[in-house]
Ligand binder design. Structure first.
Ligand SMILES: [Zn+2]
Length: 322
């Protein structure tokens, strides 16, 4: 996979390139929903920041960074996937040691969304006033897992959701079945990692059809009963259904706003949903993203959540009626 091509076209990449000319910020927060590839994405940005040729991939610095072995770049967490207060202490202590090879030191913190509040608090002062020539790069799937005080001290870079075509193109060598890949890309929530996981999932077609059916045909409170029963038959896949519905709403919205041309197989299925206008779509998308978050909470009540979501879609259609 050449994820570098995709990442290289992002606005986040342009921002960092410009900052290199005008002076890098002392702390960045990279937001990427793709948890599976978050550390790899951070590595791409580490190369961009430290390599003289904007992350060429071939030079000594890039090759060492690829192995997380470059003396002036430290990657966290060291073990496992959780940042601990010990990691933060190590980072702070190390940041006072001068760079060995180049003119700056870089600290990469993957999974910052898993950082406990005390560890975040500990990091605050360093984020605000790091020693000279230190750059801190935090990576998180979700900004809201970070304290507002942390968020206000970093410059945020965002990796946007990728289109189905970009995802399919990227994954085709490891996911050779074109039909299955197209479906996985449509359900992958704009990320490579999720699409890769869903590739070959036997249930996926069924879940996709249910999500599309709800998006198109949820029109009355009687439908709520029917669809909540169907959702509960798949209650262990509820968060996947929400993620698929989010992608559908996002695609429909892009189309309604005449935005980027998207190549959604999904759109063929939901073309009948003409009773949504842009306002209702934005509303439905917000509620669906909220449902996604609530579904992943440890104490989610599936019945209540399913009904809440269905009513929210209905409500949006009424509020924003043409
Ligand atoms: Zn290089």
């Amino acid at each position: 996979m050449d994820r570098g091509g995709l990442l290289g076209r992002t606005n986040a990449c342009k921002i960092v390139k410009n900052d290199k000319k005008s002076g890098l910020f002392h702390a960045y927060l990279l937001l990427d929903k793709d948890e599976k590839y978050l550390r790899e994405t951070l590595k791409f940005f580490a190369k961009l920041i430290l390599c003289d040729k904007d992350g060429c991939g071939d030079c000594r610095v890039c090759r060492l960074l690829e192995k997380e072995n470059f003396a002036d770049a430290v990657f966290f967490p060291k073990n496992g996937d959780k940042i601990l207060t010990d990691d933060v202490n190590a980072l702070i202590e190390d940041s006072y040691i001068k760079p060995l090879e180049g003119d700056k030191k870089l600290y990469v913190v993957a999974g910052a969304h898993n950082m406990p509040a005390p560890a975040q608090n500990k990091l605050l002062k360093t984020l605000e006033e790091p020693p000279e020539n230190v750059v801190i790069l935090l990576g998180a799937t979700n900004a809201y897992a970070l304290l507002p005080t942390v968020r206000s001290r970093v410059k945020t870079l965002e990796i946007p959701p990728f289109t189905e075509r970009e995802i399919a193109e990227e994954l085709k060598t490891i996911c050779p079945d074109g039909e299955k890949l197209a479906l996985a890309a449509a359900c992958g929530d704009g990320t490579l990692g999720r699409a890769e996981e869903l590739y070959g999932d036997e249930q996926l077609e069924k879940l996709f059809d249910l999500a599309a059916d709800i998006v198109v045909n949820m029109n009355s409170s009687r439908d709520v009963l029917k669809y909540s029963a169907l959702l509960l038959k798949n209650k262990e896949r509820l968060s996947d259904i929400f993620a698929i519905a989010s992608s559908l709403f996002r695609d429909m919205l892009a189309q309604a706003e005449g935005g980027a041309v998207i190549d959604a197989r999904a759109l063929k299925k939901v073309r009948g949903a003409a009773n949504f206008n842009a306002g209702a779509l934005i509303y439905a998308l917000e509620k669906t993203e909220e449902a996604e978050k609530r579904a992943s909470a440890y104490n989610a009540n599936e019945t209540m959540l399913a009904e809440w979501w269905l009513f929210a879609i209905l409500e949006g259609k009424h509020i924003w009626q043409k």
